[in-house]
Each structure stands twice: as C-alpha cells, then as structure tokens.
Design a binder for this molecule. Structure first.
Ligand code: 1GP
Length: 230
C-alpha cells in the first residue's frame, strides 16, 4: 500500500478542525487528486477526525491520516503518516511522542500501512513551526543536509518540505529533490491556484494543497488539472 505513494503527484490536505460543506468535500474528493491527507496542527480530536474520515470514505479516493496527536489515532484510514520534525531541537517532536505512542500501540500496528515523513518546516511563523520549535534552515546546504539525513541515514519514504501558509523557494525545492535517491519529496505551502501548483509540481515529486480548499475552492480544484497536464 505504501508503494502507492511513489505515484502521487497531487494531494489535498484537509483539517478536521475546519468547516467544509458536503458539496465542497465532494468536489475535493472527486477532483482527480491522488489522495486526501487528513491533518492539522491544532484542534485535532478523535471526534472531528472520525467525522471527517467517514465523510471522505463515501468516495473512492485514498484517505491518509497524518498523525499529529495520539488522541486522534482513528482506525480505518488507508494509510497513516507519522511526521518526524528534523529541524527542531525539541526531542518530543523527533522521537519522544512517537516512542510513547508505540509503547502503547506498537505491537498491534499494521506496519505496511504506516509511513514516516521527515519534515523540515521553513516558515517560522506557521503554527507547526511555533508548536514544534522548528528553526528554518538558513541556506540550501542546510536544507539538503536534512534531505540526505531523511533519505540516506534514516531511509524515510517521505521528505516533506513544509512552508505552510507561504509559497516557498522553488529553486531550493528542486535542488533538494535532486539529492534524494529513495525518499519522495512532498512540498506544501501557499499553493493557491494552478500557476503555483505547476511551479511547485515541477520542483517537487508531490505537492500538497491545504489552505486554498478553504479560501478559494475553485482555484484549489484547478491545481489538480494543472499538475495532470505537466
Ligand atoms: C500544510 O503543507 C500543507 O501542512 C499545505 O500548506 O495550507 O499553505 O496549502 P497550505
């Protein structure tokens, strides 16, 4: 199942803590995107995660939970992504919380449905950066060092370049993708329509569109086609 990730070019990220009408959700799920990623940095609970999952489940699109809190570890998703923040010195976000969760649930997990994501958060003003104490890499060399760490040292299936809320430096993204041998580069942040989607998809393996779904749905939906036509 995790092998599928290698084919993905476009993903929508939906936040269980934000409102989305049934009509909007249907458009997102039937848009032709490769998967729906469910996750958020704040306000994610078991109840709002179950609720969103069951609404997405009415459609055939693969549905993935990005686990941000073990309180919201809801069964029934196709895949589970576990973020590991590489650019923080707060150990709880690297392996502390993960170890605690595995102490309780580790013996019962379906490991072929689980993939770790090595995150580097570049927008220090984002909720995710503030929460995890992430410090943005100052240079491309710093960023590619994290990429090699994810790819070679830890063999992580996903290296996630996270600019959440702001559009990043695509030249950095492209050069970072080029150092990866096994990890898939996911790029997320500030993709608000087809032009940025195209630019980001030329730099990254997989692009993630989040906020635009809530801010401007038609522009968000247009990102799918923009990537397909590349
Ligand atoms: C957030 O990378 C995703 O985790 C998407 O970012 O919300 O800025 O699209 P945006």
């Amino acid at each position: 199942m995790t092998g599928l990730i290698g084919q993905w070019r476009h993903v929508f990220k939906l936040d269980p803590d934000r409102e989305l009408s049934d009509e909007a959700l249907e458009k997102v799920c039937t848009s032709g995107t490769d998967a729906i990623l469910v996750g958020g940095s704040s306000g994610v609970t078991y109840d709002n995660t179950v609720d969103l999952m069951s609404r997405i489940r009415r459609f055939a699109v693969p549905c993935v939970l990005e686990i941000s809190t073990d309180e919201a570890l809801v069964p029934g998703f196709d895949l589970y992504f576990i973020p590991i923040v590489l650019n923080t010195d707060q150990g709880e976000w690297i392996c502390g919380r993960h170890q605690e969760a595995l102490r309780e649930a580790g013996a019962h997990l379906e490991w072929d449905r689980i993939a770790a994501e090595g995150y580097v958060i570049l927008n220090e003003d984002s909720t995710a950066a503030k929460l995890t104490g992430a410090r943005a890499p100052a240079t491309l060399k710093d960023l590619t060092a994290y990429a090699r760490m994810a790819d070679r040292l830890f063999s992580l299936p996903i290296f996630y370049v996270e600019y959440s809320g702001t559009f990043g430096n695509m030249e950095w993204v492209r050069q970072t993708r080029n150092v990866l041998q096994r990890s898939r580069l996911f790029y997320g942040g500030g993709i608000d329509g087809p032009d940025k989607a195209r630019e980001a998809a030329q730099a990254a393996h997989t692009i993630v569109v989040g906020n635009a779904v809530y801010e401007n749905l038609s522009q968000a939906l247009a990102t799918v086609d923009a990537v397909r036509k590349l």
